[in-house]
Design a binder for this molecule. Sequence first.
Ligand code: FJE
Ligand code: FE
Length: 327
Amino acid sequence: MRRAAAINRANSLVGGLFSFRFTKHVKAMSSSSSSASQDFVSRPVIKKVFAKLQKEGDGAVVRRGISRSEQKLLDPFLMLDEFSVSPPAGFPDHPHRGFETVTYVLEGGITHQDFKGHKGTIYAGDVQWMTAGRGIIHSEMPEEEVNTGLQLWINLSSNEKMIEPNYQELSHSDIPSAEANGVEVKVIAGESMGVQSPVYTRTPTMFLDFTLQPGAHIHQNVPESWNAFAYVLESGEGGCVFGSSNASPVSAHSVVVFGPGNDGVSAWNKSSSKKLRFVLIAGEPIGEPVVQYGPFVMNTQAEIDMTIEDYHYGKNGFEMAKYWMSQ
Ligand code: FJE
Ligand code: FE
């Protein structure tokens, strides 16, 4: 409801065309509608975090862009890792409960196997949207020499934490994209530039992969109540600018947290020769207490204690824990 309201409001400003606009369009329209350019102010950047390398899993390396310190600002998001892993390293058998993991492969492939017999490999451009719900035990292992990507953890509301696990798997060809005026967007979740993702987001989420050619600019609508951030994947020669066109540029591997506001977010590629790539992620805050113990995310310590017990004794969704090992 709120999302639709925000989009309608913005659409009415540009004559109901798109929820997405380019500078050129804005200027063209402002000539016929006097104050339009004033209406496209971006939400401000309130925090930048450079994601340093750290070890995770078994010999894998991740850049953790979002961790516990950002969870309050970025509810419903719990974690964002940019991973890079080469065999024999990987993320061997481990559990999850209470949230969703979204794995977006940028290079190479990741094979997952779970304790219910679900198995598959996702390659560059593919997405696995996994709802762990009451419990998943799985392994996530690399296929090729170089395997990189993003893994985002999205919290579930208290009434969905114990639902049956579920997968939405999208091949790169299932992910809709649009291209115009030096901007390409791949719509992993939500809607942009008139195209919509087929993913069902239990916690309402937008996940967009933008590539901006030198000189290009975007303004993306984000529903007013949602928290939003960008993560920069590629940034040539200090060209990556968010929030205001004269802001200082942001380097690759940085998280940019946007402040509140009913405006969307703006980004510019100020480079004269290098393209820019970032993901823009936004979601409706859940507003509940978060208690995290590694890969278990619940609302209270008592629920975490129960989860550890369930995992240990193979109960309440972890029944197969005692009998399963990845191949
Ligand atoms: C984890 C140990 C882990 N970032 N990025 C402890 F191995 C993991 C884990 C991952 C992970 C997996 C992929 Cl494919 C990509 C990741 C951590 O599996 F989350 C915890 N807490
Ligand atoms: Fe996992």
